[in-house]
Design a protein around this ligand. Structure first.
Ligand code: PDD
Length: 295
């Protein structure tokens, strides 16, 4: 149960960050969450690829190469010494004037946070979670593109707070056009007559790495997947629903706004995708430095 934090290459047990860091002042940062299997980071290279894309999306240059990240992550994992870990990479704009203009920031700060793995209770995978459709809309792509994984998560925070107030585990967020977007830290899938549906990237969502892998696994296993602009009604009348994310992996959803979906139990496609994804994590692909995703 150890936490270690690597700050620009120095590993400590705890970290205080400068008041003047624009990550603190304005949420001006990018980040990634990575899980491990046998304490090896899963899909490290696609996560680093997405981190670079996010940095590009906010005009920030990350001072570390992929090789440097790999080295520093390994060092931090070793220093923490957990059996399985939760890894959070954060790159902040760095210290500057108390002014939103980032041009006063001299250099980004790179942080590798490693703690014991975070796990969702097993019961949730057996029962499925309940989600609430919240009034908070996902940021418009033209405002703050949800495809950029920035440290500015207030949009999602407002949505999860509303969902909890409504007695749900998490939220379903719609986009400004009223179509399905995603959950607050996960992507959304539903099945109808044996076909899987998921909002297209153009709907304004994060290009989830788990989402990509689940789509690929489904297709490889004879389940067709359709991406598109999807209305809420299609979700409500679906046979089964699940959400995907690095930490939760594939999590069944059995209630929306308190109403049961399908049989009210995790459905056969959700269970199949849960199993296929677990098997994938035990294969060599997630650890292959040559494995890239097209974001
Ligand atoms: N969240 N959508 C949002 C808004 C997310 O924050 C995440 C990930 C996902 C799923 O992406 P991936 O499969 O690449 O983890 C979708 C991470 C886990 C987090 O912030 O904790």
């Amino acid at each position: 149960m150890t936490t270690r934090i690597n700050f620009n290459g120095d590993i400590t047990e705890n970290l205080s960050i400068s008041f003047y860091d624009h990550g603190f002042l304005f949420g001006d940062s990018v980040y990634e969450v990575i899980s491990t299997n046998k304490n090896r980071p899963c899909f490290l290279y696609p996560h680093l690829q997405r981190l670079q894309n996010s940095a590009k999306g906010i005009s920030m240059n990350i001072p570390w190469s992929s090789e440097k990240f790999t080295e520093e992550i390994d060092r931090t994992l070793l220093a923490a010494g957990n059996e399985e870990s939760y890894i959070r990479l954060i790159v902040t704009r760095g210290e500057g004037a108390v002014d939103i203009d980032p041009s006063s920031c001299s250099h980004p700060n790179v942080i590798v946070y490693v703690s014991d793995e975070k796990k969702y209770p097993e019961e949730l995978y057996m029962s499925g979670v309940n989600l609430a459709v919240v009034s908070v809309k996902r940021n418009a792509k033209e405002a703050l593109n949800p495809g950029i994984k920035t440290g500015n998560y207030l949009n999602n925070i407002l949505a999860v707070v509303e969902a909890h107030r409504l007695g749900a585990h998490d939220a379903i967020m719609l986009n400004a056009s009223g179509n399905l977007a995603e959950s607050t830290t996960s992507n959304l899938f539903f099945a109808h007559n044996g076909t899987l549906f998921t909002p297209a990237l153009g709907c304004g969502i994060l290009p989830g790495i788990t989402r990509s892998m689940v789509m690929r696994l489904a297709q490889e296993n004879g389940i067709s997947v359709e991406e598109g602009s999807l209305p809420l009604e299609a979700l409500i009348s679906s046979d089964e629903i699940f959400i995907t994310g690095t930490v939760k992996r594939v999590m069944p959803v059995t209630q929306i706004d308190g109403d049961s979906i399908g049989s009210g139990r995790p459905g056969p496609i959700s269970k199949k995708m849960m199993r296929l994804y677990e098997n994938l994590l035990d294969s060599e692909l997630p650890y292959d430095p040559a494995f890239k995703l097209n974001f």
